[in-house]
Design a protein. Structure first.
Length: 183
């Protein structure tokens, strides 16, 4: 079928970047672009893409986030911008990319993976590869230096190299702080 490509973000061509921007605009509604840029300014480490010929039809991003949990340094694999062209949906493309992302994050030995989504809508897709609703907010610092949060109803987590720390985060009253910027 279609071939999945794993591209380090520095290797993305301007042609693919342009297509990705267009797909993003078609898939997500951003009510306030300035507010969005103030929160989501990190660069992904990997872009996973699926092409139909030259056409970008599905993609996702992996972010490498280093932060602290209870004074220990941890590394989170952040998943972002999961999107499929509307003409190619419900064929399992996003799920294929998520499975590939799981392999990469495993090799990278990230402690766990974290994503932001509408959990109610997304439980089946992300749940099918092992994400569970985190039911807890996480916090980050915006570009203009303010503390912001991703709401508990929008967070999912997947244990990777460090199930203990994942369980501790889920069971603790403390909030996970992910550092500068969200994704
Ligand atoms: C979500 C999305 C990436 C799924 O892509 P896809 O290639 O069709 O996904 P798959 O074929 O692998 O899986 C389809 C599943 O995604 C689910 N899905 C649809 N819209 C969804 C959404 N907004 N968030 C999460 N899952 C969604 C479908 O219900 C289906 O689940 P099912 O297996 O229970 O039927 C695609 O619908 C899309 O681009 N939506 C707009 C952007 C978006 O909402 N992205 C998710 C942000 S976290």
């Amino acid at each position: 079928m279609y071939k999945t490509q794993i591209i380090k973000s520095v290797q993305m061509t301007s042609q693919i970047m342009g297509q990705k921007r267009k797909l993003d605009a078609a898939c997500f509604t951003i009510p306030d672009l300035n507010e969005h840029r103030n929160k989501y300014f990190l660069e992904p480490k990997y872009n996973l893409i699926i092409l139909d010929g030259e056409k970008l039809i599905s993609c996702l991003e992996i972010y490498e986030i280093e932060t602290k949990w209870k004074d220990k340094t941890i590394t989170i694999g952040g998943i972002g911008s999961v999107m499929t062209d509307s003409l190619y949906r419900n064929k399992g493309l996003a799920k294929d990319l998520l499975q590939k992302a799981l392999e990469i994050m495993g090799k990278e030995k990230y402690d766990f993976s974290l994503l932001q989504t509408d959990v109610e809508k997304a439980t089946h897709l992300y749940g099918s590869i092992g994400f569970i609703p985190m039911k807890k907010e996480y916090t980050f610092i915006t570009k203009d230096g303010k503390l912001d949060r991703v709401k508990a109803k929008d967070t999912m987590i997947l244990p990777l190299a460090n199930p203990e720390v994942t369980a501790d985060i889920l069971n603790s009253a403390e909030t996970l702080f992910v550092g500068n910027g969200s994704w």
